[in-house]
Design a protein around this ligand. Structure first.
Ligand SMILES: C[S@@+](CC[C@H](N)C(=O)[O-])C[C@H]1O[C@@H](n2cnc3c(N)ncnc32)[C@H](O)[C@@H]1O
Length: 453
C-alpha cells in the first residue's frame, strides 16, 4: 500500500476536506476520484495495467536498443517493425521492468564510510545533524549499470586529481557532483560540476584536459561517453546562462524517443527520468484532456515540449511556457524535428508570461491548460491567471509532489471567489486523479489531476 494525499472533496462554499487515500500499488494507474466520492475504478484496472506494463517492457533496457537488422531475412525485419515484442513470450512481455529505469542520475561527492572525502555516491544523514556519509550506489535498483559505472570512474578520477573535493561550499575544494544521462540506444552524457573557488580559467584548464583524457583514453574510456560536459558552478544549481555548460568532448545533445516522437535534450533541460513511464503519463494526460481540434493548449512548465508536442495533433495550437532557455530551444527544435508546425514555445517565468498571455487569448478559441511544475509548485500569479481566465474550463495538473506546495495551488484553484486575493473566476472542482508510478522502489509517483468548472 502507498499513501497518496488528495483533495477528494472540495466544495467551493465549504471548508475543504483533505483525505488520505490509500491506494494499493496495482491500482495506481486507475484511481478515479469523483467530485464528491472517492472510488477505485477497478473496472478498467486490467487494461490499464497491461498497457502500462507492456509499454515499460517494450521501451526499457531489457530489450536491445534497435539493433542493426539489415542482415536478417525480410520476414523477420517486418515482424520486428510491426510486432517488435514477438521474440518474447506473452508472459515475458507482461513482466514489468522495475530495475534500472532511470535515464538520469546525479551523484554527490563527500566523505565515505571509510572516511575518504573523495567518495562518489548518495548522502545518508543530514547536514543539520552533521552526520552526512556518502555511500556508493552500486546496489541501488532504480539506476542502470551505466550510471553506476560512470560514478565509479569519476571517483577514480577525482582520487587521482591533486584538487580537493568541494564538500561544503564555504570550506573550499573543487570537485562536485556528476550527472549521468543515458538513452535507449546507449548514448551517455556526463556533466561534471566543479567549484572554481579562486582558480583562474588558466589554472582550471589543465584539470579539464586531464578529465577529458581520463574519459577518452584513460580508464574512464570504458564508459564510452558520447558527451562530456563541465560546468563551473559556485551555486547549488546554475543555469546555462549563469554559468555555461562547457562541452569538453563529444555530442552536444542526447536524443530520446517517446510516443513515436524524437526529442533533443540539452544539458540544462528537463526530461522525465523514466522514459517508458513518461509515455504512460503523457498517454494518460492525452486521454484525460478531451481537447477538441479547435482548442488552444497552454502547456505550462513545458520543458523540452514533450506534453504539447505529443498532443499537438489533436488541437489547433500549442503554446508552451518554460523557464530554462536551453529547454525552450530544444522544444522549438523538437517541433521541427518531428514536422510539427502548430507549436509556439515561449521562454520565461510562467508567472510573468501567463498573466500577459491569457487575457490576449481569452475569447480567441477554447482554451485548455496543462501544468506540470517542479516540486515547488506553481507561483501564485500562475494559478490566479488560470483561475481568472474564464475560457479555461478544464485544467490538468501533473504533480510530482502532490502533498507539498501543490496543495496550496489546489486550494487557490478551488476556493470560493476571494476579492482580496484577486481570485475572481468560478472555482475549479477536482474531478479525476490518476497516479502513475514512474518511480518503482520509491514512495514517489506522478499524480495527474483533472480540474473542471
Ligand atoms: C517537472 S518539469 C516538467 C517538464 C515537462 N512538462 C515534461 O514533462 O518534460 C518542470 C519544468 O518547469 C520548469 N519551470 C520551473 N519553474 C518555472 C517557472 N517559474 N516558469 C516556467 N517554467 C518553470 C522547469 O525548468 C522544468 O522544465
Amino acid at each position: 500500500m502507498v499513501t497518496v494525499r488528495f483533495l477528494c472533496q472540495f466544495l467551493p462554499q465549504k471548508i475543504p476536506i483533505w483525505t488520505w487515500y490509500h491506494v494499493p500499488r496495482r491500482f495506481w494507474s486507475c484511481v478515479v476520484i469523483d467530485k464528491t466520492i472517492c472510488q477505485e475504478n477497478t473496472g478498467s484496472s486490467e487494461d490499464q495495467s497491461k498497457s502500462w506494463i507492456k509499454t515499460r517492457k517494450k521501451k526499457q533496457h531489457s530489450l536491445p536498443p534497435k539493433p542493426a537488422n539489415d542482415h536478417l531475412p525480410w520476414e523477420e525485419r517486418l515482424a520486428d517493425a510491426v510486432t517488435p515484442l514477438w521474440r518474447l513470450s506473452y508472459e515475458e512481455q507482461l513482466q514489468p521492468v522495475l530495475g534500472g529505469y532511470r535515464n538520469k542520475s546525479t551523484f554527490s561527492v563527500n566523505r565515505g564510510i571509510d572516511g575518504d572525502p573523495k567518495t562518489v555516491g548518495f548522502y545518508v544523514g543530514t547536514g543539520k545533524g552533521r552526520n552526512i556519509v556518502c555511500v556508493r550506489s552500486d546496489h541501488l535498483l532504480n539506476m542502470p549499470e551505466k550510471h553506476k559505472e560512470v560514478a565509479r570512474f569519476y571517483e577514480e578520477f577525482i582520487r587521482q586529481s591533486p584538487l580537493e573535493p568541494c564538500i561544503l561550499f564555504h570550506e573550499g575544494g573543487h570537485w562536485r557532483e556528476i550527472t549521468v544521462r543515458t538513452n535507449a540506444v546507449g548514448s551517455t552524457m556526463a556533466i561534471v560540476y566543479f567549484h572554481p573557488q579562486n582558480l583562474t580559467e588558466e589554472e582550471i584548464q589543465p584539470h579539464k584536459e586531464t578529465l577529458v583524457e581520463f574519459f577518452t583514453h584513460g580508464p574512464g574510456a570504458a564508459c564510452q561517453l558520447t558527451s562530456l560536459y563541465f560546468q563551473e558552478s559556485s551555486m547549488t544549481r546554475c543555469t546555462n546562462e549563469q554559468s555555461p555548460y562547457q562541452l569538453l568532448y563529444g555530442e552536444p545533445y542526447i536524443f530520446e524517443e517517446l510516443l513515436g516522437l524524437r526529442f533533443r535534450i540539452s544539458a540544462d533541460a528537463f526530461f522525465q527520468v523514466n522514459t517508458s513511464g513518461a509515455e504512460v503519463l503523457y498517454r494518460t494526460v492525452g486521454e484525460l484532456s478531451k481537447a477538441d481540434r479547435s482548442s488552444i493548449l497552454i502547456d505550462v512548465c513545458c520543458g523540452t515540449g514533450a506534453i504539447g508536442l505529443s498532443l499537438s495533433k489533436g488541437v489547433e495550437q500549442v503554446i508552451g511556457i518554460e523557464l530554462i532557455e536551453q529547454a525552450v530551444q530544444d522544444a522549438a527544435h523538437n517541433a521541427s524535428l518531428n514536422g510539427i508546425s502548430n507549436c509556439d514555445f515561449r521562454s520565461g517565468k510562467a508567472e510573468v508570461v501567463l498573466p500577459q498571455l491569457l487575457p490576449s487569448l481569452d475569447s480567441a478559441a477554447p482554451l485548455f491548460a496543462i501544468v506540470n511544475p517542479s516540486r515547488a509548485g506553481l507561483h501564485y500569479r500562475v494559478t490566479r491567471a488560470i483561475r481568472n481566465c474564464t475560457s479555461i474550463r478544464r485544467l490538468i495538473y501533473i504533480s510530482c509532489k502532490p502533498d507539498g506546495e501543490a496543495m496550496r495551488n489546489f486550494a487557490e484553484l478551488c476556493c470560493p471567489p476571494d476579492r482580496q486575493k484577486k481570485l475572481l473566476g468560478d472555482p475549479f472542482v477536482p474531478a479525476v486523479a490518476i497516479p502513475v508510478d514512474m518511480f518503482p522502489h520509491t514512495a514517489h509517483c506522478e499524480l495527474v489531476l483533472v480540474f473542471e468548472r
